[in-house]
Write a protein that binds this ligand. Structure first.
Ligand SMILES: Nc1ncnc2c1ncn2[C@@H]1O[C@H](COP(=O)(O)OP(=O)(O)OP(=O)(O)O)[C@@H](O)[C@H]1O
Ligand SMILES: [Mg+2]
Length: 484
């Protein structure tokens, strides 16, 4: 689906397929996504003035924050990265600095645009590859001599022998029989052509895939550079590979590989020759600057309690480092400078230990849209078990179907699982929908262990089954003994 085609309603209805409830959050992200598209259609100076309204999603653990981001990423046709705030360190400390999230976004965008361009040249590249493979299949002088006399039939024979594909001999024999009179008679070139065509046909039919051929490919550019081009240089926004690549001319290397492998190697080379990397870079940077989205997960983990020491001291530093990126700054990447003014940021955090107000005020202010995700209810659990396209029940059914077991959940089982999960969340720790995972796993443990077995082909789970397989644990006072 294309981003531009999506109305807020469509975004929400897509998210509804995977996430139960949390309508406020869904609406907020849907509007934000649509606003990107709206802004791009605004004319003149106003377009520059319209800033994205960053969103912060706040809600307990396991209620769907990350899930919303994951689904959104799949949906929007825009550069999108999901990062964990806890992974970054303040500039000057060892670790990743926050600007690297923008570099990740650029990498994503480059890949995305490159894929699109690749698709455009796919057919042309494949044709070229086939031509080069055919050339490699024909011995050196074959091409030149094709017109004068005809060794093609012999070559053909040699190829046929060494290809050793089963069923091949037969097809070759019949082919050779057809061309035999031609070789003896006066039309060698026509014959050569038909042998060439036959070879081509065999190649197209995949009969020569395992045959070894010698191809000439560009040598990998200095593996040495890889050693350097790690973080340090990347942070300076330098691309050693292409810098040095320009100094040293491409070197060609001969390699003996199977036709199948040659296809992969040559395809990459052909594609690289056909696509215009400068155009791709330009397009990719444009998309990052205008449509890019960064999802910063676990932002509560950098909300520092003021007096922390040790490794935590840099938390507030990370927050301060993020500020200019949110505000709009230029970040150096190996593909060029990127302005972050119009990149949309969506942050999320559980804020169990810290509160949103523990974030430095400047950061709080830069997330004007706040949405709260609600704790999940028993009814939510019931729906989560069955409704989403990837629901837990469907996952188990698919797993067991692979063992030829038909798994069925009665309504009473779903009610019971939800009730128990909800109760456990209330008495133990509230871990949201993740509780359903632990509960279901426990209930199905014995079954998952027992299959495959000839006696088990259909299993129906009802409320009693749930209680039988879980009852004692739930009743037990010492719940903590069980990690549920
Ligand atoms: N509202 C929901 N609808 C459907 N599935 C849900 C919902 N909430 C959570 N889940 C499921 O529970 C799991 C955990 O959810 P998710 O990763 O979104 O939690 P989170 O809110 O990001 O929690 P945390 O703060 O711990 O990161 C996911 O696999 C998700 O599929
Ligand atoms: Mg999460």
């Amino acid at each position: 689906m294309e981003e531009s085609a999506l109305t807020p309603r469509e975004v929400v209805s897509y998210l509804d397929r995977y996430i139960i409830g949390q309508n406020d959050a869904k609406k907020a992200v849907a509007i934000a996504v649509r606003n990107r598209f709206r802004r791009m259609n605004v004319k003149g100076d106003m377009r520059e003035e319209i800033m994205p309204k960053n969103i912060i999603m706040i809600g307990p653990t396991g209620v769907g924050k990350t899930e919303i981001a994951r689904r959104l990423a799949k949906l929007v046709n825009a550069p999108f990265v999901k990062v964990e705030a806890s992974k970054y360190t303040e500039v000057g400390y060892v670790g990743r600095d926050v600007e690297s999230m923008i570099r990740d976004l650029v990498d994503f965008s480059i890949n995305m645009v490159k894929k699109e361009h690749t698709r455009r040249f796919d057919e042309k590249a494949k044709t070229n590859v086939n031509r080069r493979i055919l050339e490699a299949l024909l011995p050196r002088d074959a091409g030149a001599s094709q017109q004068k006399f005809n060794p093609i039939a012999n070559i053909f024979q040699a190829v046929a022998k060494s290809a050793g594909v089963s069923g091949f001999e037969a097809s070759f024999d019949s082919g050779a029989a057809e061309s035999q009179p031609g070789v003896e008679n006066e039309q060698p070139s026509e014959n050569g052509q038909s042998a060439y065509d036959k070879l081509k046909k065999m190649l197209d039919e995949g009969k020569l895939e395992s045959k070894m051929i010698e191809i000439e490919i560009k040598e990998n550019q200095m593996p040495l550079v890889e050693v350097f081009s790690n973080q340090g240089l990347e942070e300076m926004g330098l691309n050693m590979g292409s810098m040095l690549g320009g100094i040293f001319p491409d070197r060609k290397k001969k390699k003996t590989v199977s036709v199948a492998d040659a296809r992969t190697l040559l395809y990459a080379e052909e594609i690289n020759r056909l696509i215009d990397m400068d155009a791709i870079t330009k397009e990719a940077l444009f998309r990052v600057e205008n449509n890019g989205m960064v999802f910063i997960d676990e932002i509560d983990k950098i909300a520092g309690v003021k007096e922390t020491h040790g490794p935590d001291v840099s938390r507030e530093g990370v927050q301060r480092d993020i500020l200019p990126i949110l505000e709009g700054t230029s970040v150096n990447t190996k593909y060029g400078q990127v302005k972050t003014d119009h990149i949309l940021f969506i942050a999320a955090g559980a804020f169990h230990v810290s509160k949103p107000s523990d974030l430095i005020p400047e950061l709080q202010g830069r997330f004007p849209i706040r949405v709260e995700l609600k704790s999940l209810t028993r009814e939510d659990f019931m729906r989560i078990l069955g409704e989403p396209k990837n629901s837990l029940i469907k996952q188990y059914q698919a797993l067991l179907a692979s063992e030829k077991v038909e798994l069925h959940f009665e309504e009473s089982a779903i009610t019971e699982i939800s009730r128990i999960a909800f109760e456990l969340n209330a008495t133990l720790e509230n871990i949201g929908a993740r509780r359903l995972y632990t509960v279901c796993e426990k209930i199905l443990e014995s079954l998952l262990f027992a299959v495959p077995s000839p006696d088990i082909t259909r299993v129906s789970i009802d409320g009693d089954y749930v209680r039988d397989h879980l009852g004692d644990i739930v009743k037990s006072k010492d719940l903590n003994k069980y990690f549920l």
